[in-house]
Design a binder for this molecule. Structure first.
Ligand code: TYD
Ligand code: MG
Length: 449
């Protein structure tokens, strides 16, 4: 029997049996979305699970145990393995390596758990070919090439997997909804179906979602609040490094990142990202500064490069890759006003090496130093790491976890750390590391340029 559908306005909740371009409730255009009308029985299937209130201490969490994936970078991002009964959304640009990551995960877990890999994008043959390329083993997990979510449900009820992988949510459709696969209603319906299955059976579900151009996962972020974890897989197409970042995690911290490298046989974990990011750093080149940034609990050294050249005509050009454009403009303004560098007729380009993104305020100092070094055409000593937030008056502000950052710099063979004066209180300095404390940007520049 075909399920009944209705159209609901996403803005005001107005319901209608037919689709309309303009909502009579709120006069909004194009706000009506198709939804399946749930019979009372279907709604109750979920609610009976939570019929009785209990004291929190009596809640049994045994079902919510974690399964460790065996890919330590992924486990770290998930907060120590995937939680049973949870939904994990893996988002990212097409071609970034989402399918590869999940296929590798499936291969790793093959012996420990019942796994079910549903692909709406590739045939079983294509999956097999990809799997053969990724590893020498012949994994035994179940695969299905299917886009009808009701067929997936039926298969699930036969297999009862511990872990389900759905690649991708945008290809799934419910036959009772007339809108195209990938539309908000289809995506939401498919996710709801999977969520219901996951919560009732304690299956951990990984959902792949492609990101649209504007950066949101298709289906205007609908998915993000339905699922328990949102992981973004990011990286530059032309670089082989990939970063897995938790944007939302109901079972762990959202600060963690996992670093991978895409090779001929799939993704490899990168245990020492600092080494990888500093590889091939030029000696004595103006415009290069090294910072130690903290991603979650993990310190990471990165190189910031700047190029400053006279503007040929009109307004100076400014460009930033891997770092906030406005932050770059702000640092240029501070350098002009507080340090007295005349950059009004200079084009400035900033790039973070390795295709990663730095969003922390602690990178300000290194950014300012890189720009100043490029402007004055004098190199920064390659054995110095600069850490610190720069305020609008040019003052250096303390950053968190400075000791961790310093010890990471030490590990990578750096000899000196330029840090805010405010950070030197009770500071334990590892042997062989020199600390250069600075109160403001001018002091900091005095040390190295
Ligand atoms: P894929 O996992 O298909 O991306 P997504 O599912 O996110 O769309 O990754 C595809 C890219 O990865 C493709 O450009 C080729 C590259 N790749 C490798 O470099 N090595 C490999 O072993 C595999 C399987 C893919
Ligand atoms: Mg894919």
């Amino acid at each position: 029997m075909k399920a009944k559908t209705k159209y609901v306005c996403t803005a005001c909740g107005y319901e209608s049996a037919k689709w309309m371009g303009r909502c009579p409730g709120c006069d909004g255009w194009n706000t009506l979305e198709e939804e399946i009308v749930r019979t009372e029985k279907a709604t109750r299937a979920v609610s009976t699970l939570r019929a009785k209130p209990t004291t929190l201490s009596q809640v049994d969490v045994a079902d919510y145990s974690r399964i460790t994936c065996g890919i330590s970078e992924l486990d770290r991002v998930l907060g120590g393995g995937v939680v049973r009964g949870s939904l994990v959304l893996v988002g990212g640009d097409p071609g970034i390596g989402k399918s590869t990551l999940l296929l590798q995960l499936a291969t790793k877990l093959d012996k420990q758990a019942t796994l079910f890999y549903v692909s709406g994008e590739e045939s079983e043959k294509q999956l097999k070919m990809r799997s053969d390329r990724l590893s020498d083993e012949a994994p035994e997990f179940m695969v299905l090439s299917e886009t009808d979510i009701t067929a997936v449900s039926a298969a699930l009820n036969e297999i009862h997997p511990d872990i389900l992988i759905v690649d991708s949510i945008q290809t799934m459709y419910h036959p009772d909804i007339s809108s195209a696969p990938g539309s908000v209603s289809q995506v939401r319906e498919a996710t709801l179906t999977l969520m219901r299955y996951a919560k009732e059976n304690g299956t951990a579900v990984f959902i792949v979602g492609h990101v649209t151009k504007d950066g949101s996962i298709a289906g205007p972020k609908v998915l993000e609040h339905m699922v328990d974890c949102v992981l973004y897989f990011e990286g530059e197409r032309n670089h082989s490094y990939r970063i897995l970042r938790a944007v939302k995690n109901r079972f762990g911290s959202t600060n963690e990142i996992g670093v991978f490298e895409m090779t001929d046989h799939g993704l490899c974990e990168v245990e020492n990202p600092s080494m990888m990011l500093l590889e091939g750093r030029p000696d004595e080149a103006p415009g290069s500064a090294v910072v130690c940034t903290l991603e979650g609990t993990r310190p990471m050294l990165a190189e910031i490069q700047a190029l400053v050249s006279p503007t040929s005509f009109g307004v100076p050009r400014r460009m930033a890759t891997g770092i906030d454009y406005n932050r770059v403009n702000l640092m240029i303004a501070v350098l002009e006003k507080r340090v007295g560098l005349n950059m009004q007729n200079q084009d400035t380009y900033v790039n973070i090496v390795g295709g990663i993104r730095l969003d922390e305020p602690a990178v300000d100092l290194a950014l300012a130093l890189a720009i100043a070094s490029a402007f004055r055409n004098r190199p920064i000593d390659t054995s110095v790491v600069a850490i610190g937030e720069v305020g609008l008056t040019g003052e250096l502000r303390a950053v968190n976890q400075i000791e961790r950052r310093i010890s990471e710099a030490k590990k990578l063979g750096f000899k000196a750390c330029l840090i805010p004066q405010a950070n030197t209180k009770n500071l334990k300095v590892p042997q062989g590391m020199k600390i250069l404390p600075a109160k403001n940007l001018t002091d900091a520049l005095g040390y190295i340029l």
